[in-house]
Write a protein that binds this ligand. Structure first.
Ligand SMILES: Nc1ncnc2c1ncn2[C@@H]1O[C@H](COP(=O)(O)OP(=O)(O)OP(=O)(O)O)[C@@H](O)[C@H]1O
Ligand SMILES: [Mg+2]
Length: 324
């Protein structure tokens, strides 16, 4: 055990700072794992655990409740337990491979680090709205069997500006307290201009402090930042991530596949899925999914158990009429 970790542990105890204590304790446990002291690492995890906990295959890890804004009292994150897996999503093969590889590496992090290869646990998802960024983060958490922490950036940035940077620090401390997936959804909100131009310098400081926290994050979880405004991001941001994943608009084949999956559980006469998929070209995955739901709603409203060609045609028209 490094002297630095011991000092952290003692300092956290003196300050009665449970998060800092857990972070230091987790670092020590990971170091013991890297030295192949598996039984000791497992026992240490057990000692740390109590209350709501997750089993990560090496003993339980206790889950702390998310941190709150000290002035407003609101939660800075929410905890979810997603059950939709990567196999439930329609993904570009290259995207599926990246995500699967990331998940496969997590249990091998210690081994990789023993070989001098850093873990990949800072990932950015970008692409148009409704193309699966949030869903993929949920699916990664499900694949890893860990909870998903969704950071409420709206809560973080709507706190008093002076508080924003310390709220970010609170979130990163929390992110370091257990091996979960932490999603900074729509994280471009961090650098968004506010109404008061005098706050401009402060916003830059907030973005910089995010970059620093990101740089110094060493685990034990996986951080995912998602945005559909990649053009507004600071140029220095991209290289901070270990993996950059684009979620593009679906191909027509992918749209058809979502339609087929969405209509799988209802009886249906032979439907012109191929043709309807072509009609939806250029729209996001979310639009294809919604089309299937609309078709089913039309059938159910008419007391029918099967979706008809007319139902699907009407649903496609409705999807195309609205904005996505
Ligand atoms: N690849 C996909 N396969 C199946 N369904 C998908 C896929 N992508 C998106 N969907 C569906 O579309 C809806 C919106 O998806 P999601 O919230 O993941 O999009 P997003 O990329 O995060 O959008 P935004 O940029 O607006 O946050 C969800 O209900 C999801 O089920
Ligand atoms: Mg999203």
């Amino acid at each position: 055990m490094a002297g630095r970790d011991l000092k952290e542990l003692f300092r956290a105890f003196r300050n009665a700072d449970e998060l800092a204590f857990r972070r230091a304790a987790n670092t020590i446990i990971e170091e013991e794992e890297a030295r192949h002291h598996v039984a000791l690492a497992r026992d240490l995890r057990k000692i740390l655990a109590s209350g709501e906990s997750i089993d990560i295959g090496q003993g339980d890890v206790r889950l702390l409740p998310p941190p709150t804004d000290p002035d407003q009292g609101w939660d800075l994150a929410t905890l979810q337990h997603p059950e939709r897996y990567l196999g439930n999503l329609v993904l570009r093969p290259a995207v599926r491979t990246v995500l699967t590889d990331l998940a496969k590496e997590v249990p091998e992090w210690s081994k990789l680090e023993g070989l001098g290869v850093p873990r990949r646990n800072r990932v950015i998802f970008y692409g148009p709205p409704g193309c699966g960024k949030t869903s993929a983060a949920e699916a990664l958490a499900a694949e890893l069997g860990v909870p998903l922490v969704v950071v409420r950036l709206d809560a973080i940035v709507s706190s008093y500006l002076g508080q924003t940077a310390s709220n970010l620090r609170r979130i990163f401390e929390y992110a370091s307290s257990a091996p979960w997936v932490v999603l900074f959804d729509e994280f471009d909100a961090l650098g968004r201009e506010r109404s008061d131009p005098s706050e401009h310098g402060e916003i830059k400081r907030v973005v910089n402090s995010f970059l620093q926290l990101l740089d110094s994050y060493t685990g034990p979880g996986m951080l995912i930042a998602a945005t559909n405004h990649e053009e507004t991001l600071d140029r220095g941001l991209w290289r901070r991530f270990d993996e950059v994943v684009e979620f593009p608009l679906p191909t027509v084949r992918e749209i058809r596949s979502i339609l087929r999956r969405g209509l799988k559980h209802v009886k249906a006469e032979p439907l012109p899925i191929d043709e309807m998929g072509t009609e939806l070209r250029g729209l996001p995955h979310a639009a294809a999914e919604a089309t299937a739901w609309t078709a089913i709603r039309i059938a159910v409203r008419s007391n029918r158990t099967a979706v008809s060609v007319d139902d699907l045609t009407e649903a496609v028209a409705a999807t195309k009429r609205r904005r996505w």
